[in-house]
Design a protein around this ligand. Structure first.
Ligand code: NAP
Length: 307
């Protein structure tokens, strides 16, 4: 699809892209760039691309498609660095988990004639780094674009086709709507998980052995989310602040409702809520966004970190 693709950032998302690009034959040449020599050396050992450099400018030179896959707080600095080397007519996209902030950071640096199309594949795991990626990460997952008012429709069509061939389904929305939606479906669950695991950890002098020993009763499922990359999630919290605070306020109100129902022994309220939430789980399975098999630690799943 592209003569040369440059991947700037080669962690979980960048290296998954590298693998699927190779499998599907989507580029004549894949140039890989990352900040540290250690990550670059690992990407080279894994054979993820055709050329390797810690100089992002060198990687993007002559590239038809540039995908920036770095923590959202670094996207402005990366855009500033690569801007002078971007080819006229190239498509520049990103995979960041927040969109309004990434656009505000990157857009001012994008030279005229370069098509900047912000994007976000809703696919991931709690792992990071080039070893964590796998080619079917994006299979049947959504990739959301938040095009800008002057986005070239042909460039958007081309980028959409690229992501389709990586396995993803495509949607478009405005950046604010994206950030609000992701605050509830992704950011809040992670914050809740970080919080509950932190609370348990604070109790560890009394209960550490019990927390770990009996973790399969529910706690374990939160620890998967709470093991996610600290840099990535620090940046998500700082860069989607308003939407996250809005969702946290609603969450706190609903938690107070639950607390009250428990305090006053209002079993009907609890039963109604738990019945409603069970139906949400069924809808997710029907939508193909999870599989309906018992989860005893995911040993039964083909790729352990995929589900
Ligand atoms: P990752 O595995 O931690 O990899 C991060 C990459 O960015 C590495 O190549 C790293 O380089 C580089 N990097 C880190 N800090 C940097 C900085 N200050 N300046 C320049 N480069 C830097 O991260 P990831 O999970 O692939 O996430 C990448 C992006 O995808 C993030 O914006 C995240 O929000 C988004 N995303 C993540 C997920 C997920 O579940 N993980 C899902 C969808 C979207 P070195 O290793 O060389 O330092």
């Amino acid at each position: 699809m592209f003569e040369k693709i440059a991947l700037v950032g080669i962690g979980l998302i960048g290296s998954s892209l590298a693998r699927v690009i190779r499998r599907e034959g989507l580029a004549g040449h894949v140039a890989i760039s990352t900040r540290s020599a250690a990550t670059l050396a690992r990407a080279e050992e894994l054979g993820l691309g055709d050329s390797y450099t810690t100089d992002a400018k060198e990687a993007v030179r002559d590239a038809d498609l540039v995908v920036v896959s770095v923590p959202v707080g670094s996207s402005g600095a990366v855009a500033q660095e690569i801007a002078p080397a971007l080819k006229k007519g190239a498509i520049l996209t990103d995979v960041g988990s927040t969109k309004a902030s990434v656009i505000a950071q990157m857009q001012p640096h994008v030279p005229g004639g370069v098509h900047f199309i912000p994007g976000h594949p809703l696919a991931g795991t709690e792992k990071s780094g080039p070893d964590a990626g796998f080619a079917d990460l994006f299979d049947n997952r959504w990739c959301i674009f938040t095009p800008l008012p002057d986005t070239d429709p042909d460039a958007l069509k081309r980028l959409s086709e690229f992501w389709r061939r990586c396995g993803a389904n495509i949607d478009t929305m405005d950046p604010q709507h994206h950030d609000m939606t992701l605050a509830i479906v992704s950011h809040l669950p992670h914050i809740i998980a970080y919080n509950i695991v932190g609370t348990a950890d604070d109790l560890q002098s009394v209960t550490k052995s019990e927390v770990i020993k009996y973790s399969a009763s529910g706690f374990r499922d939160f620890t998967r989310l709470a093991a996610s990359d600290p840099t990535m999630w620090r940046d998500v919290c700082l860069h989607n602040k308003d939407a996250i605070l809005e969702m946290l306020a609603r969450f706190s109100e609903d938690l107070a409702f639950l607390q009250r129902a428990i305090r006053w022994g209002d079993g009907d309220k609890l039963f109604d809520l738990f019945t409603r939430t069970r139906a949400v789980r069924r809808s997710i399975i029907e939508a193909g966004q999870d599989i309906d098999v018992p989860d005893f630690g995911r040993q039964a799943v083909e790729h352990p970190s995929k589900s």
